[in-house]
Design a binder for this molecule. Structure first.
Ligand code: C5P
Length: 237
């Protein structure tokens, strides 16, 4: 009997993670002894309305990622496909694997392993309530400057109107597929930007500090501390 799937999450996980230091692909680096990707897929699959997670793995690690996830994720179906040379291409490849009956699609960076369930739920609820595209955001803490090619400041946008954007970003399926099909570039780092380019409204919901992206070595130190704290509270195995 076919399983009815309506909400799917695409997880681009094919990045090399060069800013984190050479070696293992970033999504397979350990946080609290568990690969980052396993944390991320569990964070998605634990949310009750998520039916399917599609992982875009490093092309030479598809079998390894499949077996890694087979034993560790139980709450939702998981499909693994080969990712591409850019994040955008990895997402596009995951979209090809979507079953016909999925209507809501989230895109979540494998590099944000500690996103709390409440953020995923806020995003899904907003899409189901009718927003074609939804991004979780936080206010900026730093003042942001725009600079020219020489590093000279050319503008200081008003911080009150700036937001840092996180994932998962949520979309109605047809909007996200149309946005990817219409893209005239191939390396955007933010799916909602492609939707904006179509002139479609992108709305925001509140993100969370713990949904930060692991990019630099210091981010790993913070992630280890959060995992230790959650284990001490008994909310993470
Ligand atoms: O490079 P960055 O950390 O911004 O990547 C964000 C997410 O996109 C990561 O989860 C990374 O694994 C993924 N990615 C991908 N394919 C690429 C490059 C990045 O799936 N070619």
């Amino acid at each position: 009997m076919a399983i009815a799937t309506r909400t799917a999450v695409c997880v681009p996980a094919a990045g090399r993670g060069e800013r984190l230091g050479a070696g293992t692909p970033k999504a397979l680096r350990l946080v609290g002894g568990v690969p980052m990707l396993v944390h991320s897929v569990r964070a998605m699959s634990r949310v009750r309305s998520v039916d399917l997670v599609i992982v875009a793995a490093p092309a030479n690690q598809v079998d390894h990622v499949r077996s890694l996830l087979a034993g560790t994720v139980e709450d939702a179906a998981v499909t693994v496909v080969a990712g591409g040379d850019t994040r955008q291409e990895s997402v596009a490849r995951a979209l090809i694997a979507l079953p016909a009956d999925v209507t809501t699609v989230l895109v979540h960076d494998a590099a944000r392993p500690l996103v709390p369930a409440e953020v995923v739920e806020r995003v899904i609820s907003a899409v189901i309530a009718g927003s074609p595209a939804v991004v979780p955001v936080l206010p900026m803490v730093d003042t942001i400057k725009a600079v020219d090619a020489e590093g000279v400041v050319v503008a200081t946008p008003d911080r009150a109107f700036l937001r840092a954007v996180q994932t998962p970003q949520g979309f109605s399926r047809d909007v996200l597929q149309r946005a990817h099909a219409a893209a005239d570039v191939d390396d955007v780092t933010d799916d909602s930007g492609l939707v904006e380019a179509l002139g479609i409204h992108v709305s925001t919901v509140l993100g969370h500090e713990e949904a930060f992206k692991i990019t630099r070595p210091l981010d790993l130190v913070l992630a280890e501390a959060i995992v230790a704290q959650r284990r001490a509270r008994g909310v993470l195995a």
